[in-house]
Design a binder for this molecule. Sequence first.
Ligand code: PLP
Length: 470
Amino acid sequence: MFGIYINDVLFFHSLILISCLCVLSVLCVKHSFIRIKVKAHNCLPRQREISLTRGIERRSIILFVFTWILPVQDLHGGGKMDYNAKLSKVTVSLPPSGIRKFFDLVVGREDIVSLGVGEPDFSTPMKFCAPAIEAIKKGKTSYTSNYGLLELREAIGDYLKRRFNVSYKPAGEMVITVGVSEALDISLRAIIDPGDEVIVPEPCFVSYVPMIRLAGGNPRILETSFEDGFRPRLEQMENLVSPRTKAILINYPCNPTGVTFSEDDLTRIAGFARRHNLLVISDEVYGELTFDRPHISIASLPDMWERTILLSGFSKAFAMTGWRLGYVCAPKPLIDQIVKIHQYSMMCASIMAQIAAIEACRNGDDEVKKMLDEYRARREVIVEGFNRLGMDCLRPEGAFYAFPSIKKFGLSSEEFCERLLNEEKVALVPGNSFGRAGEGHIRCSFAASRERIRLALEGLGRFLQRRTDS
Ligand SMILES: Cc1ncc(COP(=O)(O)O)c(C=O)c1O
């Protein structure tokens, strides 16, 4: 045991151990000596004898704890490793997701009305599940090609052409991934060298900035505002571009603002990308969920196909979050590199999920429309509710999020959400979870039943009333 310690980095602990053992031994000897002396000569008054021996016992116990418990804890790794020296500085510097923090407070609590979660409250339609269940019964449980099942890539190719008028070849221009999360990660890693920059309009999905950092890049934050309708202005983009800029990362319809880009917005972004020879990483995972006008993929704009990395997937519109399925489409020279990272990290997405997704692409339009119609009706309930409460809110154009301003209520977004949760048991997400530009707002998901939306609005109403009364 001493060998372990002396050879170990924690030489300091060895010293404590040895010193404690020495002091303990001295105390034991002293203790025995006093007892012998007391017994032999009966020379101390009884009270003095008791307090002396008790004092020694107490000190012995403390030393015992120091001598054995602390070192044993070390042996189990409690203080032996300097983990900070081992961990990646980039990873340590990342804050935990603000959404997770709130989610952890809420999870398992039936008494809370939550509009916090960014996933459909619908189960995956049985129509999509059935072929996957059948495949499992037939023993189709293997790996697939790294690119994903060819049948699925063909189905996605047809689907993207039919819905968004963009063409990608199933062979060489597409990789099936584990959710859009992986699609985003491998796309960033494929294009970023240490120190490269990516422009990111905020407020944005919580993973964007951390993922750029993890890929070794520097996010260049473009703060959009409520007043600008959360759209990036041209001069803001121009101010951020540098010789190290590789790409601009956009998401529309947007989590958390519910804003989607018009053709004019996209033309402005496309012109900027062309002028500075940038790639556009376009996260269109909510593309099917637009309420007022059809979604336009930026890859369909003139001369944009060759500079676009299109990310999408099945989590949102198809209510398939748990299946973990997404895809990345891009010109072949990009996909050739992107697929290598996928190959070495994930290998492939789950075959059962891929089989379900074939059905979703080919025959899923009716199911998607049903859910979209319901989200549209809920949007009316939530927007009307905010109007009644005097909250300023842009009308969500897509996805299933509203992002009202809370600036006039004099609380930070975190304070607002914490107090609302404690006082009214209503869970929303503070806007600052989506970047500094989200401060002064709260994200309210309407992927929850109309009944729950009404309950949340009632709680919010009581909460605001108390603030105006006081
Ligand atoms: C904008 C955006 N991109 C990507 C994702 C991740 O999607 P997936 O579940 O497919 O990994 C989300 C999930 O909330 C999202 O909101």
